[in-house]
Structures are given as structure tokens and as C-alpha cells.
Design a protein around this ligand. Structure first.
Ligand SMILES: Cc1cc2nc3c(=O)[nH]c(=O)nc-3n(C[C@H](O)[C@H](O)[C@H](O)COP(=O)(O)O)c2cc1C
Length: 297
């Protein structure tokens, strides 16, 4: 068994990329049942009870191990970690900030953690902070991105692999067996997959979101500025018009706080649909079991 599979406790080294405000216990459970590692997203959770309920809902659907993602800046993290540990969660990922304060508690609770990082310098710091593994998320990935210049996975994954001792997972641009094998060839021990699972049959994303991914062509995503961060989103007609207007300050037009409503209802004028560059290679909504079986074939 690889070091990563030892940490995750599943059959295949494939992690479900957590998707902000979008949680579907059914999707998490299906991914686990198909041999990969399902993940809940705790970034937008407003109380620990909600975390407990989500973990319980997953547990009712599968007895396989699953995980959860925590945003480091969430003040509720200690409570969330405790309810997750009580619910039997043994592995979490941490993202969007320094892992230093979270890991002592996480380890005290008997958990392991993989830290998500977007640039080489953060990988070295995270390893130094005691993380058990790293999720390396290149510029092509969906989700929150940095305002600093970024490298894509072809560069970032081997760069990090060559400098750290902990297992590395590649996130971004992976939707099929070619992407999966390429990530392993670059030295990653596993992959994290966001957009492909978002456009799956079991995903609770509204139809409009899945269709936006399927209809997205090459170059169809952009980095939406949000102050000190960016978000990779699919360009829609409203956003396209705003982008060509030099008077429009996009950071003032879109508020991250509107993400739960916008993505939950498919209202992409309120906040554009989040997705990775890999959308250009996703043409069909498929069941997760089929996606996973094809990926490891
Ligand atoms: C819409 C969207 C929301 C995301 N939200 C989170 C999040 O809350 N926490 C996190 O660690 N990663 C988040 N991610 C990143 C994914 O978990 C995953 O690493 C990324 O999507 C991988 O790139 P891919 O979309 O090319 O597969 C998000 C990605 C997308 C597309």
C-alpha cells in the first residue's frame, strides 16, 4: 500500500475535490463506494452542528472512510474538527492559509491532514508545519487562486515532489485516465479531482452548473479578482461584457458571500459558475463509478 492510501484508507489514490458551498452526502458516499476518497466541504459551514449532520448523512450511506476540507481562516475549525473526529473522520484537507495552528489539534484528535498549496514556497513551509501530505494545486485548477503568478501542474508537481518528503497529490486538470497517469508520472502519489465530479450524475450541483461545464470551451474560464484572492470561473455573457469594459471593477461586482446562493440556484449573474480549465475536456455528465473506473483503467 502507498503512503497516501495508508493515510486515506481507500482503494484508489483519488480524492474528491471539495467544492465550496456545495455538499452532497450522496456524492461523497458514491465516490467512497467506488473506491476513491469522498470529501465534505466545510469552508462555508456556519456551525459545528451542520458539520455533524453532514458527516452523519454520509455515514448512513457508506461505511467506507471519507474526509472533509477545512478553510484555515474559519474560526469554527476546532469545533468542526472535534465533531468530525467523533463521526469517525480520520483524514482532512486544509486550505487557504497557513496550516501551522490547526495541525497540533488535528493530530491530537488522531487525524491526518493534507494541506492544499498553490505555490512551491508554501509547500516547503507546510511540510515544516507538520502536515502529513500536500495537495499541489496548479494554475489550471478550479477554486480559489492566488493573485501572485502561478505555475501549472506540469511544473509545480515535480518541483514540489523533488523538495518534500511527505506524499504529494496533484489537483487540477485531471478528468480521465490520461490526466491521472500523467500526474503519477510527474511524481504525485494521487490526484484530487474537482470539476469532473462536479459534473457527475450524483453531484447536487444545479443542472445549469453542470451544463455550463459541459458547454465550456478551451479558454472559457478566467480568474475573477476578489481582492486578495482570485476564483477560476466560467465566463458567461454578463461577465464577458464586464471584462471588455475598462470602467468595470470586477472585484466590486462580485462578492464571495453570494456564492452559496448563486451556485445553489445556478444564478451565475450573481456569481459566475466555478470550474477548472479541464471543463473544456468534459463533454458528458457521467456516474462517478464510471469516471473512477475509467480513470484507473
Ligand atoms: C467551484 C469550486 C469550488 C472549490 N472549492 C474548494 C474549497 O472549498 N476548498 C478547497 O480546498 N478546494 C476547493 N476547490 C478546489 C477543488 O477541491 C480541486 O482541488 C480542484 O477543483 C481541482 O481542479 P479541477 O477542477 O481541475 O479538478 C474548488 C474547486 C471548484 C471548481
Amino acid at each position: 500500500m502507498s503512503r497516501l492510501l495508508d493515510i486515506l484508507g481507500c482503494k484508489y489514490p483519488i480524492i474528491q475535490g471539495p467544492i465550496g458551498a456545495t455538499n452532497s452526502p450522496k456524492l461523497v458516499a458514491e465516490i467512497c463506494e467506488a473506491g476513491a476518497f469522498g470529501m465534505l466541504a466545510m469552508g462555508f459551514i456556519s456551525n459545528a452542528e451542520e458539520a455533524k449532520r453532514l458527516a452523519r448523512d454520509v455515514r448512513e450511506l457508506t461505511d467506507k472512510p471519507f474526509g472533509a476540507n477545512l478553510m484555515t481562516m474559519n474560526p469554527l475549525n476546532p469545533e468542526i474538527l472535534e465533531v468530525l473526529a467523533e463521526s469517525g473522520v480520520k483524514t482532512v484537507t486544509t486550505s487557504a492559509g497557513s496550516p501551522r495552528n490547526l495541525y497540533p489539534l488535528l493530530h491530537e484528535l488522531g487525524m491526518k491532514g493534507l494541506h492544499v498549496m498553490l505555490a512551491f514556497s508554501y509547500a516547503v513551509k507546510a511540510e515544516d508545519a507538520g502536515v502529513d501530505g500536500l495537495v499541489v494545486s496548479g494554475a489550471e485548477s478550479g477554486g480559489l487562486r492566488s493573485v501572485n503568478p502561478e505555475s501549472s501542474n506540469m511544473i509545480l508537481v515535480p518541483l514540489v515532489v523533488d523538495h518534500v518528503k511527505v506524499p504529494v497529490v496533484a489537483a487540477g486538470g485531471i478528468a480521465d485516465s490520461r490526466g491521472y497517469r500523467a500526474a503519477l508520472a510527474l511524481g504525485a502519489e494521487g490526484v484530487q479531482v474537482g470539476t469532473r465530479f462536479l459534473a457527475s450524475e450524483e453531484s447536487s450541483a444545479p443542472k445549469a452548473w453542470k451544463e455550463a461545464i459541459i458547454n465550456c470551451s478551451d479558454g472559457g474560464t478566467t480568474l475573477l479578482p476578489l481582492g486578495n484572492m482570485m476564483m477560476r470561473v466560467i465566463v458567461n455573457p454578463k461577465l464577458k461584457a464586464q471584462m471588455s469594459d475598462p470602467e468595470t471593477d470586477l472585484a466590486k461586482e462580485y462578492n464571495l458571500m453570494n456564492v452559496p446562493e448563486a451556485w445553489g440556484k445556478g444564478n451565475f449573474d450573481l456569481f459566475p459558475a466555478g470550474a477548472g480549465q479541464i471543463s473544456a475536456r468534459i463533454h458528458e455528465i457521467k456516474p462517478v463509478r464510471k469516471i473512477i473506473e475509467e480513470m484507473v483503467s
